[in-house]
Write a protein that binds this ligand. Structure first.
Ligand code: TRP
Ligand code: SF4
Length: 400
């Protein structure tokens, strides 16, 4: 009924680095050839934690979009836009907030985790609690069925599915509802399933309110029933209308294999990154001064690649021949560390060459980027307006 569609967003945190490239961006570049894709800057999401530092977000947004384009995200294949330019996201977020139980939001694991991590900031805000609901609106408004995200975001996709189910239960119906509902009925166990079916028939065929009430009690009393099954069985008990919002699935992005310059995960907060459009000289210097096997103090000391962050770079950038040369040369003290680093330097520079090339065009003419975004926003907005027409109608707040 709905075409396959990929949607993903990224908070504008500024310049992206090799970790983003080898994790998320390379995946986006691949997906854009396989599906219709929508990629957006989640600037409102950035505000949920950066509400006290305005003025950083716009610059970070433009820098990030240039990095996407530099990495090969192609605006003739994918639709690129900025969340805050599509006010319908906010409208859907608001409407869904009416039916979202607080407990569901409080239970999303990132809520407490982030609060505990970011102790320097007051995150006991309305907006921060609503972070996953805003994300749900981002996804549901495009009826996107595939959302590429990292492991940490999976609870948000699961939450989005629950919100979609609840919405459809209250205002409509999901596809394949009938079959799924029958599967859910089986999970009640045979005795309860039989009672449930009787009550459902009595309510739907004879309109007995009492049967409906008893059905609700039955479902509320049944333990070990997932939220999804429960929502579905409530809907099935009453009958329903058409499906309005589509339950998305997560397309798990493989964790980036990119280690940082110090062997820890590459991350801005560790100060161990190489950014995507970094100056060549700076890249050379960073890799030349990278830590190596700490036991290789002198050139004549043999080393162990297993203890060396440079070796991890070779895993990503070097072919078998070079890797054999490293292993042999390192363990026999046949090569020096600077020598060993040279192929890595060459490979990183070579990887960035086309990125630098593409970025140059956009840096010289920022209007190009504005136009790409304006175009993308217009396309995105058309899709959201369609969904919102259905949503308003379903909820009963359209006055046309
Ligand atoms: N929360 C996501 C992150 O931190 C960003 C995001 C916002 C997103 N809205 C989204 C991702 C919708 C996928 C779909 O990475
Ligand atoms: Fe690391 Fe290469 Fe030096 Fe061995 S030779 S310690 S792998 S940089």
């Amino acid at each position: 009924m709905y075409a396959e569609r990929v949607l993903s967003g990224m908070r504008p945190t500024g310049r992206l680095h090799l970790g983003h490239y080898h994790g998320v961006l390379a995946n986006w570049v691949k997906l854009q050839h396989e599906y219709p894709c929508l990629f957006f800057v989640a600037d409102w999401h950035a505000l949920t934690t950066a509400y006290d530092e305005p003025g950083t977000i716009a610059q970070n947004t433009w820098d990030m979009v240039v990095d996407w384009l530099a990495a090969g995200v192609d605006p003739s294949q994918a639709t690129l836009f900025i969340q805050s330019r599509i006010p319908e996201h906010a409208e859907l977020h608001l409407l869904m907030s009416m039916m979202t139980p607080l407990g569901w939001l409080e239970r999303v694991p990132t809520y407490k985790d982030q609060q505990e991590k970011m102790t320097h900031k007051d995150l006991t805000t309305y907006g921060f609690l609503g972070y996953p609901l805003l994300q749900a609106a981002d996804i549901l408004i495009y009826r996107a069925d595939k959302v590429p995200v990292g492991e940490d975001q999976v609870p948000h996709i699961e939450f989005t599915r629950e919100i979609a189910r609840r919405f459809n239960h209250l205002y409509g119906r999901e596809p394949g509802f009938e079959n799924k509902a029958r599967e859910s009925v089986k999970k009640l166990g045979s005795k309860r399933a039989k009672l449930y079916e009787e009550l459902r028939t009595r309510y739907q065929e004879r309109g007995e309110q009492e049967a409906l009430d008893q059905g609700h009690v039955l479902l509320n009393e049944t333990q070990n029933l997932s939220l999804g099954d429960k929502e579905r069985l409530f809907g099935y008990l009453e009958g329903g209308g058409k499906m309005i919002l589509v339950e998305p699935g997560a397309l798990l992005t493989e964790a980036s294999r990119m280690p940082g310059l110090d062997g820890q995960k590459m991350s801005k907060s560790y100060g161990n990154t190489i950014t995507l459009r970094e100056d060549e000289e700076s890249i050379r210097k960073k890799i030349r001064t990278m830590q190596t096997d700490p036991r290789r103090v002198r050139r004549t000391d043999p080393g162990d690649p297993g203890q060396c962050p440079v070796w991890e770079f070779h895993q990503i950038y070097s072919n078998d021949e070079v890797k054999a040369w490293v292993r042999q040369g390192c363990t026999s003290a046949g090569i020096g560390c600077l020598e060993c680093k040279q192929p890595v330097i060459d490979a990183v520079l070579q990887e960035q060459e086309p990125m630098r090339e593409r970025a140059r065009m956009y840096e010289e003419d920022p209007q190009l980027v504005r136009n790409i975004i304006a175009d993308g926003c217009e396309k995105a907005r058309k899709l959201t307006q369609e969904t919102m027409r259905d949503v308003r109608q379903a909820i009963g707040v359209d006055y046309s």
